[in-house]
Design a protein around this ligand. Structure first.
Ligand code: HEM
Length: 515
């Protein structure tokens, strides 16, 4: 009898908790619209359906809502108040006029973990600490001189990519370009950060580190109820999500520790002293800055260094790889654009045997292709979320403190008011056009704008340009047997970074250029 009672009470408790949970969800997930053109709120949208949709492809769902309710929407995402920006005018208000009020980042458990409790650059809140870290990184890591000093690294890794494609396509058929791009960008980042690569020698293949980094990226972009309902954060423990984060973080941390130890040792043995300052890797630079921390107004701890290393991997690897993946996908869908691009590269490089970075300045059409790729496939579609630091008025509406701000850069770059035939891939639109991605033209902000603009922009673009130019120079590309242009799957994945859901597999036919 007692057992029976226990069983019944357990069932009742479970039922009551589920009903409470559903009520909390239903009550909290409503959408309020407060734009000038918007209907008076609050009103509700079906809870589970939209939560699910937002969790899947938020940029598309939010664009659809913005078309109905205007470019400045106020959503109550669970317990989190958020505004969604979907037009260049409002984006300019937020990231230019009121940049100082909106340049902080929200925090949640996952982000805090991977940023070493907010010690990094990309996820930390705005304040003196962020300013100092960003200044250090801008001077020591992202300066044009430093980026150019890694020119050889980029050229060598692109060379390895070309050789790997050549070997693979001769023996095995279609090449998984999505995978190869990811390995190449990861190797470039590894060499810049640690001075070494982790793929097998001479190969552009996946290493254990690549797998680990990709797992981290997935976890960070994953959908967690706790993001919208902090009071239900404990659910992530029950679902096992928290455990996955802890395990993944531990492995990343151990990996960084190992590399730091190795670098410290070689610095101590004076092997790390580089005659030519330009050969230093980022970790050398950070360790030196730590030693000379008298020049800094804060003490650069080991956790600070690991937080920056985490930023490099998470922000720098799959962003550039995804850009290459979408660029090649669009070129396969538009054979005339592909031909024009190949003719341009061929005309500039002739029989030199490879494209070098010094050739890139002449490849203006290639640059247009990259711009158009970043427009049509905004790689970080909602940028990184921001948070208001104090109450302020935007377009006559009061925005409170601690409101999350999502900028739908993906929707903005497809706004028909600013772009003719916005859904069409048309690199020519950038020919002789003054619009660029450097954060001054708010209809095109793939790298964000204002104080939090991507500091790795140049590093990413150089890698994309040199890789794309070389794969167009060395190969003619065909779709696998039986597939035609219009069959190419364009489905996107869900996550912070927009990838193709299905990998891009293509048959490479080497041109007659000898390497
Ligand atoms: C094509 C390649 C890339 C794209 C499309 C891209 C895009 C972005 C975007 C949209 C943001 C957020 C900006 C905002 O919130 O306004 C960002 C931030 C950032 N990116 Fe990139 N990025 C790329 C490459 C890189 C690379 C190669 C690195 C470094 C190795 C890097 C490091 C960072 C960092 C540290 C931030 C945080 C800035 C801050 O919060 O102060 N990115 N990136």
């Amino acid at each position: 009898m007692d057992d029976m009672l226990d069983y019944q009470s357990i069932v009742i408790i479970i039922l009551l908790s589920s009903v409470t949970l559903l009520l909390i969800l239903a009550f909290n997930f409503k959408l309020r619209s407060r734009g000038r053109k918007l209907p008076p709120g609050p009103w509700r949208i079906p809870v589970i359906g939209n939560l699910h949709q937002l969790g899947k492809l938020p940029h598309r769902t939010l664009r659809h809502l913005a078309e109905k309710y205007g470019p400045l929407m106020h959503l109550q995402l669970g317990q989190i108040p958020a505004i969604i920006v979907s037009s260049p005018e409002v984006a300019s208000e937020i990231m230019k006029t009121h940049d100082l009020e909106f340049c902080s980042r929200p925090s949640n458990v996952v982000l805090m973990k991977f940023s070493y409790n907010g010690l990094d650059i990309s996820l930390s809140k705005y304040g003196e600490h962020w300013r100092q870290m960003r200044r250090l990184a801008t001077l020591e890591i992202f300066s044009m001189k430093r980026v150019q000093s890694f020119r050889t690294v980029r050229e060598e890794e692109v060379h390895v990519l070309i050789q790997s494609i050549r070997q693979y396509s001769c023996s095995q058929g279609p090449v998984n370009l999505s995978e190869m791009f990811l390995c190449m960008t990861n190797n470039i980042i590894c060499r810049q950060v640690f001075g070494k690569r982790f793929s097998e020698d001479g190969q552009c293949n996946r290493s254990k580190l690549h797998d680990l980094v990709m797992e981290t990226v997935e976890l960070m972009g994953g959908f967690s109820v706790g993001d919208f309902f902090p009071c239900l954060g404990c659910l992530s423990v029950i679902t096992g999500f928290q455990g996955k984060i802890e395990r993944n973080f531990k492995r990343m941390d151990e990996f960084f520790e190992g590399e730091i130890e190795e670098h410290c040792l070689s610095l101590m043995n004076d092997q790390g002293v580089h005659d030519d300052q330009e050969q230093e890797d980022f970790l050398d630079v950070l360790l030196k800055s730590q030693k000379d921390s008298a020049n800094l107004s804060f003490s650069l701890t080991r956790d600070h260094i690991k937080a920056i290393l985490m930023d490099m991997f998470l922000a720098g690897t799959d962003t550039s790889a995804a850009t290459l993946e979408w660029a090649m996908t669009e070129l396969m869908r538009c054979p005339s654009v592909m031909k024009k691009a190949q003719d341009e590269v061929q005309g500039v490089v002739k029989n030199k045997g490879k494209v070098e970075e010094c050739d890139l300045q002449q490849l203006q059409y290639l640059k247009c292709i990259i711009n158009e790729t970043l427009r049509l496939h905004c790689i970080v579609p909602l940028l990184l979320p921001r948070e208001s630091m104090k109450g302020c008025k935007v377009f006559g509406y009061d925005i409170a403190k601690n409101v999350r701000v999502l900028i739908n850069a993906w929707a903005i770059a497809r706004d028909p008011k600013f772009w003719e035939n916005p859904e069409t891939f048309m690199p020519e639109r950038f020919e002789g056009n003054v619009i660029n991605y450097r954060g001054q033209h708010f209809e095109f902000i793939p790298f964000g704008a204002g104080r939090r603009i991507c500091p790795g922009m140049q590093m990413g673009v150089f890698a994309v340009e040199i890789a794309l130019a070389n794969i167009l120079y060395h190969f003619n590309w065909e779709l696998p047997f039986g597939i035609c242009c219009k069959d190419i799957d364009m489905t996107e994945t869900f996550g912070i970074v927009l990838h193709k859901k299905l990998p891009l597999c293509l048959q490479a036919r080497p041109t007659n250029i000898l390497v």
